[in-house]
Design a binder for this molecule. Structure first.
Ligand code: UD1
Ligand code: UDP
Length: 356
């Protein structure tokens, strides 16, 4: 088959690293980068570290409002699809790049495979929730990471094409864990001792775009009396500076630029706790057996909560402080995300796809 895979944002590079490698064993893969993320520490570093093939196309879309960004992607992806005429398009996750890819392909009657299908937060204020729902309903193959995701699709009336294949991020994590341990010096670089610090990431619209929420999170991090390392997403840096919170945060918290995957993995592996609003980081905390304090009111990764490794605190100062002090996580890590062989499972399923 000729398969065209579409990526554009940081978590998608990490997801495609494992699948690209498997797909290329038997198929011709064309890799398209929409250019949604473009800073070298948000994009290039992942291609280098994870040995992802150089994209065949970089559409250079960049930042913008949702309509502008998604619209420009649709136009450019459609041109690429008309030129390349793939048998199948693969999209990942829940970003604007995901939705634009699924929409452009389905309108041209090209089969769409969605990796990380069926996730729901049931919060339509999240741009990601709209992207997930629309992408799933435009897709032919729905590669779900969990059984909950399969059930979510069934409840929406989707009856065919879904497979619980486990979570592709576990493949990438397992492949890289020893490499990260061996190759990176981030703990020494930041003068950290294993298990004596916490890691934080924040980038969700609900936290960055509301001054009271970002203020509350910054105040909790500053007052916690803990060593907190905070790799700052560019969206968050913009708002921290706009709300004049940057200087306060930097005096109490180890603020660092966005990290490469290997440094981030090493940092998380040795952390005592993780504070985050990221989807990917919540999962990785679970996979690594590190207690996760989630700075959101809801999560798509409900199994991490049910298993006792994750707690929802929103942007509530009191709840964040309480969890930093007392949330300890569970005893053992289960297999909710599968066995780390998701890429192989998807590869096998792709063998049965009938092409025109
Ligand atoms: C996007 C996804 C989100 C995902 C996140 C992963 C959507 C709607 N959101 O959010 O689901 O969790 O990526 O990180 O698709 N910027 C830079 N340099 C970059 C990229 C972004 O400075 O390389 C800044 C720009 O000011 C931009 C802002 O970050 O306006 C937001 O970027 P955008 O890609 O629109 O959304 P994210 O918040 O990154
Ligand atoms: N990540 C990274 N460097 C960072 C922050 C996150 O490599 O400074 C990785 C993280 O380990 C995970 C992925 O990026 O694999 C998550 O992406 P992000 O939080 O941007 O998006 P989300 O998963 O919320 O969509």
């Amino acid at each position: 088959m000729k398969i065209l895979s579409i990526v554009g944002a940081r978590p998608q590079f990490i997801k495609c690293a494992a699948l690209s490698c498997a797909v290329r064993k038997e198929h011709n893969e064309i890799l398209v980068h929409t250019g949604q993320h473009y800073d070298s520490e948000m994009s290039d570093i992942f291609f280098k570290e994870l040995q992802i093939p150089e994209p065949d196309y970089n559409l250079g879309i960049g930042s913008g409002s949702h309509g502008e960004q998604t619209g420009k992607m649709l136009i450019e992806i459609e041109k690429t699809l008309l030129y390349e005429k793939p048998n199948l398009v693969i999209v990942y996750g829940d970003t604007n790049s995901t939705l634009a890819g699924a929409l452009a392909a389905s309108k041209l009657h090209i089969k769409v495979a969605h990796v990380e299908a069926g996730l729901r937060s049931f919060d339509r204020n999240m741009p990601e929730e709209i992207n997930r729902i629309l992408t799933d309903h435009a897709s032919d193959l729905l590669f779900c990471p969990t059984e909950t995701a399969v059930l979510n699709l069934k409840k929406e009336g989707i009856t065919t094409g879904m497979y619980n294949v486990g979570d592709i991020m576990l493949d990438t994590l397992e492949y890289n864990i020893r490499i990260a341990e061996k190759k990176t010096t981030i703990l020494d670089d930041l003068c950290l001792n294993s298990n004596e610090y916490m890691v934080a990431t924040v980038h969700r619209v609900s936290n960055t775009d509301k001054i009271e929420n970002l203020c509350s999170i910054v105040n909790a991090f500053c007052d916690a009396g803990e060593t907190i390392v905070f790799p700052v997403h560019p969206r968050t840096e913009k708002y921290l500076k706009q709300y004049e919170l940057w200087n306060k945060l930097s005096t109490k918290v180890k603020v660092v630029p966005p990290l490469g995957y290997l440094e981030m993995l090493k940092l998380m592996m040795h952390a005592r706790k993780i504070l985050t609003d990221s989807g990917g980081v919540q999962k990785e905390a679970y996979m690594l057996g590190v207690p996760c304090i989630t700075l959101r009111e809801n999560t798509e990764w409900v199994e991490t909560i049910e298993d006792g490794w994750n707690v929802l605190v929103g942007a509530d100062y009191g709840k964040i402080m309480h969890s930093i002090e007392s949330f300890e996580g569970s005893k053992s890590v289960g297999k909710i995300f599968g066995d780390g062989n998701t890429a192989e499972k998807i590869f096998e399923i792709l063998k049965s796809v009938e092409v025109d």
